[in-house]
Design a protein around this ligand. Structure first.
Ligand code: SF4
Ligand code: SF4
Length: 348
C-alpha cells in the first residue's frame, strides 16, 4: 500500500514534441512546468517495451519510495492503495495534433498557449507494436483530443482498430464540423462517448464563437451522431461573457438538445474569463448559470451536468501564488504569439 497514480504506472500521452505519462500534471497546467516526460523530442518512435517500462519506472519508483515526483506534486490523481505493478498500458491520450477546422475564441491551442501544429507524426505504428506485444489492455481508456480529431489523418484507423474492432473506452472531443463514419460506428458500438461544445443555439452566435460559418453542418452531424443506438453524446455550453451570456441563446440551445435527443448537457464557463478576473466571477454569471440550470432541468431525456463554478467561485487546489504564476505564464505566451497570424487556414 503506497501513494501513486494509475497513469504513472500504466498511462501514455502523445504530445506534439514529447511522449509523457499524462496531461493532468499540475506542474505543467498550473506552474507552466513539465509533465512526467518519458521521451523528449518524440516523433512516433517505436520504443522497445523494456525500454519503455524502464523509463516509466523512473517516476513510479519515486512514488514507491514514499516520495512524489515534482511533476506530480498536488495532483488529484494520486491515491493510496495496493498498486498493480504488472507492465501494461490501460490509459492513452492522443493530443499531439493541434490543428483544427474551427477557430474558437477561447481555444487554448492557438491564441493563448501555442501555435497550432500540423504535427505529422504517426501514433499507429507504436500503438500496434504495443498491441501486438500484448501490452495494451483491450478495454483501455483512449482519449482523443488536441485539435480536431476528425481531420487528423489517423483518426479513422484509430477508431476502427480500437473502437470498432477492439473494446477501448473512447472519449473524443469533436467540433462536429466534419462527420466521421467510424466515430459513428464506435458510438453505436456503445463504448465511445463524444463531447461537442456547441455553446449556442443560433448561427450568428456560432460564427462569433467558432469564427467559421458551419452551424448548419454541425447541427446536421449532431443529429447523425445522436441517432446511434444508445449513444453517449454530450453537448456543452461554455458560458462566454459578452457573447452567449443570455437566456434566449441558451433556450435555443436546449431546443437543439431536445430535438437531437443527446444524452448529456454540460454547462461550463470560459477559462480565459476566469483567469482574467482571477477567478472572482461576477455574481451576474452565478445568477445566470443558476437560471440556465433551472431551465435545463425542467426537461427530461438528458443528464444535466454543470461545472463547480455555479457553487464554488475559486478553483479548488489552486493557491493564489500558483494562480498568479498561471496568469503570468499565459500572458507571456500570449504576447509571444498574438502578433502572429494564427487564423489563416480554415478548411472543412
Ligand atoms: S500523479 Fe498526476 S501528474 Fe503524475 S502521472 Fe499521475 S496524473 Fe499525471
Ligand atoms: S473546436 Fe475550437 S476549442 Fe476545439 S480545438 Fe478547434 S478551435 Fe480549439
Amino acid at each position: 500500500m503506497y501513494k501513486s497514480c494509475n497513469l504513472i504506472l500504466h498511462g501514455l500521452c502523445f504530445y506534439p514534441n514529447e511522449l509523457v505519462s499524462c496531461c493532468y500534471s499540475p506542474n505543467e497546467q498550473v506552474n507552466g512546468g513539465l509533465a512526467p516526460i518519458l521521451y523528449d523530442k518524440y516523433k512516433g518512435e517505436i520504443i522497445e517495451k523494456n525500454e519503455l517500462f524502464s523509463r516509466m519506472r523512473k517516476y513510479s519508483d519515486i512514488f514507491k519510495s514514499g516520495d512524489t515526483p515534482p511533476e506530480c506534486l498536488n495532483c488529484f490523481q494520486i491515491k493510496e492503495k495496493e498498486w498493480d505493478e504488472t507492465e501494461y498500458i490501460d490509459f492513452i491520450t492522443i493530443t499531439h495534433y493541434t490543428c483544427c477546422n474551427a477557430d474558437c475564441i477561447y481555444c487554448s491551442n492557438n491564441l493563448e498557449v501555442e501555435e497550432r501544429t500540423n504535427e505529422k507524426y504517426d501514433v499507429m505504428p507504436f500503438l500496434m507494436y504495443l498491441k501486438n506485444e500484448g501490452i495494451l489492455k483491450n478495454d483501455l481508456e483512449l482519449h482523443l483530443g488536441g485539435g480536431e480529431i476528425t481531420i487528423y489523418k489517423e483518426c479513422e484507423s484509430i477508431l476502427e482498430e480500437f473502437g470498432i474492432k477492439g473494446n477501448a473506452h473512447i472519449h473524443a472531443a469533436t467540433n462536429a464540423i466534419k462527420y466521421s463514419e467510424n466515430l459513428y460506428k464506435a458510438i453505436e458500438k456503445g463504448n465511445t462517448n463524444i463531447i461537442i461544445s456547441l455553446d449556442c443555439g443560433t448561427r450568428e452566435t456560432f460564427k462569433k464563437i467558432k469564427r467559421i460559418d458551419a452551424f448548419d453542418k454541425v447541427i446536421e452531424n449532431i443529429y447523425k451522431y445522436s441517432s446511434a443506438k444508445e449513444h453517449k453524446v454530450t453537448l456543452k455550453y461554455i458560458l462566454i461573457p459578452g457573447v452567449n451570456d443570455n437566456m434566449n441563446e441558451f433556450k435555443k440551445f436546449i431546443e437543439i438538445v431536445r430535438k437531437a435527443k443527446v444524452s448529456t448537457v454540460r454547462l461550463d464557463i470560459e477559462g480565459r474569463y476566469l483567469r482574467s478576473v482571477n477567478n472572482n466571477i461576477n455574481p451576474y454569471y452565478f445568477d445566470l448559470a443558476e437560471k440556465m440550470k433551472n431551465y435545463a432541468q425542467k426537461f427530461d431525456g438528458y443528464v444535466f451536468q454543470y461545472h463547480e463554478f455555479i457553487k464554488q467561485p475559486i478553483t479548488k487546489g489552486i493557491c493564489k501564488k500558483n494562480l498568479k504564476n498561471t496568469i503570468d505564464f499565459y500572458k507571456l505566451k500570449y504576447l509571444k504569439t498574438a502578433i502572429k497570424e494564427l487564423y489563416t487556414s480554415h478548411k472543412y
